[in-house]
Design a protein. Structure first.
Length: 122
C-alpha cells in the first residue's frame, strides 16, 4: 500500500497512508471517509474508528468534513494508530495508552520525514 497515487501534489493524507503502510506492511489500510455531522457539538468526536461487526465487516475511519486539512491529517494518524492496535490484537479500546502513544508517534514521525523529505514547494 506504499506510495499511493494522489491527484494532489504533497497530499498529506497519502503521505500518512504511506507511513502507515511502511510501519505495518501486513495491516490492510482501512476504508477512510469524510462524513457530515460527526462533530455535532463540543463533546462529539471529530473522527472515529469503526471496528468490524455484523453490519459493517470492514474496519473504517470516519472524519468530519468540518475538520481543517491539518486537523484531519492528525485525526487520520490518530485513528490509524487504533487500527494498527486492532490488527495486532492489542486492546484498541485501551484508549490512548502506551501502545497507542507509541504507534501515534511512529506514524507522525514517519509522516513528517516524508513531508519534509520530498515534494517540497519552496
Ligand atoms: Zn483515539
Amino acid at each position: 500500500m506504499a506510495n499511493r497515487i494522489s491527484p494532489i501534489e504533497n497530499d498529506p493524507f497519502s503521505l500518512v497512508a504511506d507511513a502507515f503502510g511502511e510501519l505495518w506492511p501486513n495491516t490492510p489500510f482501512p476504508r477512510v471517509e469524510f462524513v457530515e455531522g460527526l462533530h455535532i457539538d463540543d463533546d462529539a468526536p471529530w473522527a472515529e474508528t469503526h471496528i468490524p461487526d455484523d453490519d459493517f465487516p470492514d474496519i473504517r475511519i470516519s472524519i468530519d468534513v468540518e475538520a481543517t486539512v491539518r486537523g484531519a491529517v492528525e485525526l487520520l494518524a490518530h485513528e490509524l494508530a487504533h487500527v494498527a492496535m486492532y490488527h495486532l490484537g492489542l486492546d484498541h479500546e485501551e484508549n490512548h495508552g502506551p501502545f497507542w502513544q507509541e504507534f501515534f508517534e511512529a506514524i507522525n514521525q514517519a509522516y513528517k520525514a516524508k513531508a519534509e523529505g520530498g515534494n517540497g514547494t519552496n
